[in-house]
Design a binder for this molecule. Structure first.
Ligand code: GTP
Ligand code: ZN
Length: 380
């Protein structure tokens, strides 16, 4: 008791608050926020380790976490994370804490808008429980009539799409208020203009655009690298590839809940059976007369096949790992492929921070003290 009282006294007298914006091995880059105790800060970011007592209790630290930092070494730009505040949300793939919404980006043309693919991305986004902001880019490539047609269709689905053209600089300003002061995870298939959009929103991010070749794509297509970028108007954007595969692993009941069309109908009437999957069961309250009904049935079948395969196989397929879901059900989840980091810098930061993110490769997870890091840097 006495020691925790002392601890909290220490914290209140000199606690720095911040948000973890990048994680590499056991090091955390924390963006600091001014507080009463620290109204003006000598630097805006500190490279931090995690205090031993957090490790002892198994407290993980994720990108997006709101943390308390102790022992700032302003000259060395280092510190130690002493506490992690409770998370409002938690995504596991990609690992991001406190995200508010998914910004789902698709192109209305080039590549042609594929409504089945869009549905799978939407379902995956719905499964996170976060808000969804649907953004259709390359509006410059279609006529007003085509745009209106898509708009009407998507409204029927239950979404309010934002039409933009990054290239023609249309609609991007209208998007900004949706992103302000929130943590947004960007998602969407390849080639739709995600990097172009992020570059427009955050000129300092300087992502690579249009290096469509697979080779160069590796830099940000590594699933372990999650990073938050500051929006000039306030707010953080996670440009993370971990979300780009619309693989759907959920229970049939969860799936039904991912379709706004079904949710809307169930808000009006209940089905006779609580576990109704809305495929013609007696007393089902969900009509089959809506555009994406066949998509729903298809994905439902996929989920059932997957769940069955997971139950049946004693030695699971190499490409899948088994996972116990929140509801206790067994699920098959595709294994992530290990990919190499590329040493590409998107943003000029102090060399020590670049070292952290690009020189520390995945095999250095064991390092977790400054001595380890210094020893590694000297070795390099
Ligand atoms: N016509 C048109 N082309 C655009 C627009 N926005 C981006 N593009 C082009 O679309 C191509 C793909 O853009 P990127 O920003 O690299 O797309 P991405 O979604 O980041 O793609 P990945 O990196 O593969 O995930 C580039 O050639 C861009 O110049 C737009 O509003 N209109
Ligand atoms: Zn039903």
């Amino acid at each position: 008791m006495a020691s925790s009282a002392v601890d909290s006294l220490e914290l209140t007298s000199a606690t720095l608050l911040g948000t973890v914006i990048a994680v590499q091995a056991n090091y955390y880059l924390v963006k600091l926020q001014p507080t009463l105790e620290y109204p003006s800060l000598p630097v805006t970011e500190l490279l931090c380790t995690r205090r031993a007592r957090l490790k002892k209790v198994g407290q993980q630290v994720m990108v997006g976490d709101h943390v308390e930092v102790e022992q700032p070494d302003w000259a060395g730009q280092r510190g130690a994370i002493a506490a992690v505040h409770p998370r409002s949300t938690q995504l596991d793939r990609p690992p991001v804490a406190n995200a508010d919404q998914i910004l789902l980006v698709f192109a209305i043309a080039e590549p042609a808008l594929d409504c089945h693919q869009l549905t799978r991305f939407l379902v995956k986004a719905e499964l996170t429980g976060l808000q969804i902001c649907l953004c259709l880019n390359k509006q410059d490539l279609v006529t007003a009539a085509v745009q209106t047609n898509w708009q009407q269709r998507l409204i029927q689905w239950g979404y309010q799409p934002q039409f933009i053209s990054v290239q023609a600089q249309r609609g991007v300003d209208a998007l900004k208020p949706h992103l302000q002061d929130r943590i947004t995870v960007v998602s969407g298939p390849s080639g739709v203009g995600k990097s172009s959009l992020i570059n427009t929103l955050i000129p300092a991010a300087q992502l690579r655009v249009n290096a469509v070749s697979g080779k160069l794509g590796r830099g940000r297509h590594t699933t372990r690298h999650v990073e938050l970028f500051d929006l000039p108007q306030g707010g953080l954007l996670a440009d993370t590839p971990g979300f780009n595969q619309p693989d759907i692993t959920c229970t049939p009941t969860e799936l039904a809940n991912c379709f706004p069309e079904i949710r809307a109908q169930l808000a009006e009437h209940r089905c006779q059976f609580a576990d109704c999957l809305h495929r013609g069961e007696p007393g089902c309250a969900v009509s089959q007369d809506w555009e994406r009904y066949t998509d729903y049935r298809q994905i439902l079948e996929d989920c059932e096949t997957q769940a069955q395969a997971a139950h049946d196989s004693a030695t699971p397929d190499e490409a899948f790992k088994l996972k116990i879901a929140d509801d206790g059900q067994l699920q098959a989840e595709p294994r992530l492929q290990a990919k190499k980091y590329r040493r590409v810098s998107r943003r000029s930061r102090k060399q020590s921070l670049e070292d952290l993110r690009y020189e520390l490769d995945g095999n250095l997870d064991q390092l977790d003290t400054w001595e380890d890091l210094d020893a590694f840097s000297e070795y390099e």
